[in-house]
Write a protein that binds this ligand. Sequence first.
Ligand SMILES: NC(=O)c1ccc[n+]([C@@H]2O[C@H](COP(=O)([O-])OP(=O)(O)OC[C@H]3O[C@@H](n4cnc5c(N)ncnc54)[C@H](O)[C@@H]3O)[C@@H](O)[C@H]2O)c1
Length: 363
Amino acid sequence: MTKTKIAILGAGFISDIHVESYQRFIPEAEIVAVYARNAGKAKAFADKHHIPAYFDDVDQLLAQTDCEIIDICLPNYLHAVNTIKAANAGKHIIIEKPLAVTLEEADEMIATCKAKNVKLMYAEELCFAPKYERARQVVKEGAVGEVYMLKQAEKHSGPHTDWFYDINLAGGGVLMDMGCHAMGWFRWMLGNAKVKSVYATMNTVLHTGRTKGEDNAVVIVEFENGVTCVAEDSWAKHGGMDDRCEIYGKGGVIYADLFMGNSALTYSREGYGYAMEKADTSAGWSFTIFEEVYNQGYPHELKHFVECVREDKTPLVTGEDGRAVLEMLYAAYASAGQGKKISLPFHAKVDKPIDLWLNAQQD
Ligand SMILES: NC(=O)c1ccc[n+]([C@@H]2O[C@H](COP(=O)([O-])OP(=O)(O)OC[C@H]3O[C@@H](n4cnc5c(N)ncnc54)[C@H](O)[C@@H]3O)[C@@H](O)[C@H]2O)c1
């Protein structure tokens, strides 16, 4: 079998998850190179995962690597520049969420990939997470009747590296980081229905000394088809990662929980190695997760993109979907800033989405 060659940009948290997904679950894929800005870190990552080449310069990687796919796992502010570089080098791109910091960047990324005739997949793993997908399938079968409300929540006690807390690099706080999952999943569940309005409230409750970004947010999204969606996102919730959804229909309801609901419940007097993402301790009662990467849908998501490239198919989740999510996030920040519901389509010329909240607060 010929293998599809992939280069990964970034050597942090999500790169490890992508590599585990490719290496354990996608035999038709082969990781041929990794980029990190620090050569030592790139080498250490390459050694750890048996990747044959490492670079501390993206241009060199693109020039010297015979890969078909660039998998971008870099901080948000580096998404657009590297997508455009990769597209210009004729590579297909899978990009981690959020698609970009600004809508202008998103438009340029989409236009460049179109012009260069390369595929751009927006990596929203909730569209592939097995438990969420099982729920979506039974909804399609009519299990809960006509859906009138969706809820999705993602919460933990705060990200693992500094750039997430720097609004100039991330574009915002928890909404940019985790609210994008809810927005993407709502659209996915509703067949990319059109959004009518967004209302949001947010504040900084736990990380006030570390970030200007919001670390707790609630967003209500009204879709044109009459479905109401509620997103709860937090970096202020202790006790490990929480990712859950609720689907309400006129004939039933579904609850799905990706972390605690996929864990053994453990009591340990002394504590033990690893319980689950963002758990600060494993002493006392803990949720002992199994197949954490698989349960979140990363192997399924990445395998889908490899298949799209191998068989020349359009990805199920595209750059346009990532842009639609970003527009909802803009509207959420504007709503929190203005204290009112924002109608879509919505656009504002800002350096970063969170300005729509922070600047309005100063008025
Ligand atoms: N799908 C998900 O659920 C999920 C989960 C985590 C992260 N992500 C996304 O993946 C991307 C990376 O996040 P992460 O958690 O791996 O972050 P990380 O901080 O763990 O790793 C980031 C990587 O980028 C490199 N980097 C950092 N600053 C850089 C700079 N200024 N120039 C060049 N390289 C730099 C780091 O060295 C590291 O290799 C982000 O866009 C994030 O939103 C997605």
